[in-house]
Design a protein around this ligand. Structure first.
Ligand code: FAD
Length: 287
């Protein structure tokens, strides 16, 4: 499968793009410009993140409806439940539905930063949220998947059993935490197939820009950092002019390998910036 190359992929790969809710007027302009630039290539639409513990609920709603209006593409809103009561989580989903949002990425989420003490009793696992959303509206529901295992899970098998529960509860697809070693995604797809999972499992692609920060972020997520990437980006310390070229080439190669391993599409983390995501989209994205 690894022989599949860019010539074969050109113009064919379904893409979606992840945005985050902006914090300022300038941030909103940057997000809207990103949506405008990427819309023609966003055959699978956009998604908008939500802060841990449901923080940025309104910001997520505003950004999701802005992105839908601006692009005319479907938009998936992330919904993080931990920290919200069941009613608060479902009211948020109601608001999304009434605003025309039909896709939700249902997440348990993490404890909001800086908040200690007991949280309101709510949805303990993403699978509980999926089941409640399924009862509520006819949403297209997606869930999160972890090719290198969720940090809290003891074993990969246990984590995949929980992924399967989320899908059985009514989710139609899964989106992955990003990997820096595409082979990890390939192995994960095989493990999921062994567990009888046949829903599409879409890998995340992180543009490999700003390596020192990205490397720290990867390490904090327990994402394995390949030595060759570390050595590659070490070169940019003495020759910064190389950075954009190395970043773009390495990102396209990661994306190519993910498709070669069997990815049904790619979900690109834009960080509300468009140039590298658009370059990748021009090379392999479906218009
Ligand atoms: P769950 O699926 O509930 O799993 C969490 C842990 O509990 C796992 O270890 C799982 O194995 C275990 N588990 C699940 N069910 C059970 C059960 N029944 N019994 C015992 N254990 C169980 N975070 C944000 O704050 N905002 C975002 O917008 C956001 N977007 C994301 C997008 C993607 C594509 C991904 C992959 C992650 C995203 N996250 C986001 C991070 C996510 O919120 C965290 O990883 C969180 O810790 C887990 O959420 P989950 O929905 O995967 O939880």
């Amino acid at each position: 499968a690894l022989l599949r190359d860019l010539y074969e992929m050109h113009g064919k790969v379904p893409l979606s793009f992840e945005l985050f809710p902006p914090h300022s007027a300038d941030g909103r302009n940057a997000m809207l410009e990103t949506v405008e630039r990427l819309s023609p290539m966003a055959s699978r639409g956009f998604s908008v993140t939500m802060g841990a513990g449901g923080t940025t609920r309104s910001g997520t709603f505003d950004a999701a409806t802005d992105a839908a209006t601006q692009s005319g593409r479907p938009v998936m809103a992330h919904l993080t439940a931990l920290g919200l009561s069941r009613d608060e989580a479902l009211e948020t989903a109601d608001r999304f539905w009434e605003g025309g949002i039909r896709r939700i990425l249902a997440l348990r989420g993490d404890r909001p930063r800086g908040v200690s003490g007991p949280l309101p009793p709510g949805f303990a696992h993403a699978s509980d949220l999926v089941a409640a959303l399924r009862q509520q509206h006819d949403f297209d529901i997606a869930v999160a998947a972890y090719p290198e295992k969720h940090p809290e899970a003891d074993t990969m098998d246990e984590d995949i059993v929980h992924l399967r529960e989320k899908l059985d509860a009514g989710a139609n697809s899964a989106f992955c935490q990003f990997v820096l070693d595409p082979a990890a995604y390939g192995r994960f797809l095989e493990d999921c197939a062994r567990h009888g999972i046949d829903a599409p499992i879409v890998p995340g692609v992180m543009p490999l820009e700003g390596w020192p920060r990205l490397k720290r972020f990867a390490q904090s997520n327990c994402t394995k950092v390949p030595d060759w990437l570390d050595r590659l980006f070490a070169r940019t310390e003495e020759t910064p002019e190389l950075e954009p070229y190395l970043a773009a080439t390495a990102t396209v190669e990661q994306a190519r390998r993910l498709i070669a391993y069997g990815a049904p599409g790619l979900h690109i983390y834009t960080m509300n910036r468009w140039p590298l995501p658009l370059a990748l989209a021009e090379i392999m994205g479906q218009g």
